[in-house]
Design a protein around this ligand. Sequence first.
Ligand SMILES: [Zn+2]
Ligand SMILES: [Zn+2]
Length: 307
Amino acid sequence: MTEAAFGFKDVMFLSLKIAEVMFGVGLHIFQPLVIIFCFGLIAILSAFFGLGVVQPMDYMIFRVPWLVLTMFQAINISFNYVLCIVTGPGNPPFKEAIESGDVKINTDSTVKIKICKKCHRIKPERCHHCSLCKKCVYRMDHHCPWIATCVGHYNYPYFYKFLFHSWLGCGVAFVMAAPRMLGLWGLDRGGPAGVSYLTSLLALCGAIFLAVSFLLLWHTYLLCTNQTTLEFYDNKTDYHGLQANGHFTPNPYHLGWWKKNVEQAFGPGSFVQLLVKLIFPMRIRPAGDGIVWDKRTIMKAVQVKRT
Ligand SMILES: [Zn+2]
Ligand SMILES: [Zn+2]
C-alpha cells in the first residue's frame, strides 16, 4: 500500500525539492563570488585608468586632475554598489507583527491589506514576492544577481546611480584613452606591451559602456514615468484594453511630467538638488514608505470632435 503510494508524482516532487535545495546552495556560493568579481573589476579599471597606465595626455598638468576625476568616479561607483547591497529594497512586516501591534503601518483603514500566502508578510500595492529572496519586496523592480538581492523601493536610487556612474566612467575613459591607442597627437603607446594593455582595457570599457547604455536608457524611461520593470509589462498588457475603453494611461503612479516621478525615487527637491543627489555619493531616501503611494486617477482620454 505504502510502496504503491510512492509513485511518479512523489519522485517528481522529491527531484524538484532536491533541485531547489541545490540551486539555493549554488546561489549562496555564486552570489558572493559575483560581488567580489564586480569589486575587482571596479578596482582594476580605476587603477589602470587613474594611476598612469592609460593616461589621456603626456603633460604633467593633466595628470593630477585626471587622477582626482578617476578616483572620484571609482569611489562613486563603489559607494552606490555597496549602498545598493546593504540598504536592500525593503521588505514589508509580517502580518503577526501588525496584528499584535508591534509594527504600526500608516495606511488608510478602509483599504484591505493583502497578505502574501508564501512569506506571510503584508503585500501592499507595487509589492511582489521574490522567489529567490523568498520574501515580499517593496516596489519590486527585479532580482539582480550582480548585487545578490532585489532592486526595489529603498535601493533603486543607488542602483540607478550605479548604472549612471559606471556608464559615465567607462565612456569618459574610452574617449580619453582611444587617441593614445590610435597614436594621435604623438601620444606614446608604450610599445607592444602598452598596446596589448590598451586593447584589453578599451575592449572591456567599450563592452561595459555599450551594455550599460541600454540598461541606463531603459531605467531612465522607467524612472521618468514612475514604473518598475514588472509594472511596465503589466501596463503594456493593460494598455490596449484600457485604450479601447477610452482611458489615457494604465499607469496610476505616473504623476505627470518627469520631475514628480523622479522625486518618488530620489526624494523631493529642486532640479539642482536632484542633480546633486545624482552626481555625489550620498544617502538618498525615496518618497514614501513603500506602502502608501501617490496616485493620480486614470484619466479618460478627451475625445476631440473634428468639425
Ligand atoms: Zn511574499
Ligand atoms: Zn530577490
